[in-house]
Design a protein around this ligand. Structure first.
Ligand SMILES: Cc1ncc(COP(=O)(O)O)c(C=O)c1O
Length: 423
């Protein structure tokens, strides 16, 4: 276990002081933000809220903040020197922009686009709008790379996968998947949705040889903002076939500028640098330590705090006879995002009970619509999702289990009808 004290990290998040009686297990919906992020955005508004790229002092400062946010995100991805990052309002927007850019590359109806039914819809729907045949990797009852392998061929042009499902929380072996794609599909690009993974473990596009990787910063302690990495070769292929979408006078070589249309949120860039400060604090990083090392150290600390949380929750839920947990019992590759349904109670009733006991969580399909459908669950009622992060304590998980047990062990409980709840 890490020498860093969890209480100290937790005390950086004002939300927990504002709501001391609540247990927040809705982190897969969006994490809380530390003081460093709040301060960084607020300072940007009061000090540097001017248009970038002019030559006066305040504009230079704002330009530097936007530049440094790009630099930091390249480091988070471990893509410095091998690729470029693009900011956008959300992962959904960035994947749509990317899919649109593939329009001129995927022109044949025999081109194949491999998608999976455990995806969040953000990395599924956009790809179905292209020419080309959709081949679905049905991974809803077991995530098995051999099943994916059987679907790959020389016709495959796109393989779009989540790094972890936002409902199952099981981590896919991205490195093995990319290797497989490189062997079997010489013309394919791999697009990884890392939204459910990025708050928990370090990303390494260099090691995994990924073409595109995208995640939302509001799940990683930051503002509502998202970032898309692409390798230099993958961006070039798109730009060569059709110029980037921005104005004609903007250089094609400036990938970020080409795909960031109009003004991105500069205040959100300041927020991104607040995440950097938080990571430095978590890692207790010396001033001159390389940023990548700090990032890896911070994520190791997150993992140390998360492991016992997921183990406790999984162990408990698998003991309940009427409960069906999505994914494997093994916690080896599991993040603390756990979804389940009951054969006796509606998910809506379970969540209502948890809310009454001040446990923030939700039920529904959370845009994992195809997964919930494939599991034969009511699409509105869906699953109950409990999702923790490094700042959640073992005591909170134990309390949640105690409260859950009141309803899951009470065989007299009469279910009510369900109501819609969305992500
Ligand atoms: C796994 C996953 N992918 C994509 C998204 C969409 O992210 P955004 O809201 O930034 O479009 C979410 C949001 O919950 C998600 O959990």
């Amino acid at each position: 276990m890490s020498a860093v004290k969890q209480e100290e990290l937790r005390s950086e998040f004002p939300f927990f002081r504002e709501h001391p009686n609540w247990i927040f297990l809705e982190n897969a919906g969006g994490s809380q933000v530390p003081v460093s992020v709040i301060t960084s955005i607020s300072t940007y508004y009061s000090r540097s809220y001017v248009q970038i790229a002019a030559q006066y002092e305040q504009s230079k400062e704002a330009t530097q903040i936007v530049k440094e946010a790009h630099d930091f995100c390249r480091e988070i991805m471990n893509g410095s020197g091998i690729g470029e990052v693009v900011f956008g309002s959300s992962t959904t927007q960035l994947v749509h922009t990317l899919a649109h850019a593939f329009d001129k590359l995927i022109t044949n109806v025999d081109d194949e686009i491999v998608l999976t039914n455990i995806a969040h819809e953000a990395n599924y729907g956009a790809w179905t709008k292209l020419q080309g045949k959709v081949i679905e990797w049905k991974a809803h009852d077991r995530i098995n790379i051999d099943d994916l392998s059987a679907l790959l061929s020389e016709r495959t042009r796109i393989v779009a996968i989540p790094h972890a499902s936002n409902l199952i929380g099981e981590v896919l072996d991205v490195e093995a998947i990319v290797k497989l794609v490189r062997q079997k599909c010489p013309r394919a690009r791999v697009i990884v949705d890392g939204v459910a993974y990025a708050p928990h473990r370090a990303i390494d596009v260099h090691q995994w040889d990924v073409d595109f990787y995208v995640f939302s910063l509001y799940k990683v302690y930051g503002p509502h903002f998202a970032v898309l990495y692409g390798s230099n070769a993958a961006w070039k292929e798109l730009i060569d076939i059709s110029a980037g979408p921005n104005h004609f006078f903007i250089p094609q070589t400036d990938v970020s500028y080409q795909y960031e249309l109009g003004c991105i949120s500069h205040e959100a860039c300041a927020g991104v640098l607040g995440i950097k400060s938080y990571f430095e604090q978590v890692a207790n990083a010396p001033k001159d330590q390389p940023t990548r090392k700090t990032i890896e150290q911070a994520y190791n600390i997150f993992a140390d705090f998360e492991r016992p949380l997921v183990e406790r929750l999984v162990q408990y839920l698998f003991t309940k006879p009427d409960v069906i947990v999505l994914g494997q019992r093994s916690t080896k590759n599991r993040l603390p995002t756990i979804s389940f349904s009951s054969t006796r109670l509606s998910s809506t009733d379970i969540v209502k009970h948890l809310h009454e006991h001040k446990i923030a969580c939700r039920n529904g399909h959370m845009y994992g619509y195809r997964l919930v459908t494939a599991r034969g669950l009511d699409i509105i009622d869906g699953v109950v999702r409990l999702s923790a992060l490094h700042y959640n304590t073992i005591a909170e998980i134990d309390k949640c289990i105690e409260i859950l047990d009141l309803i899951l062990s009470n065989t007299d409980h009469t279910p009510e009808t369900s109501g819609p709840i969305q992500d």
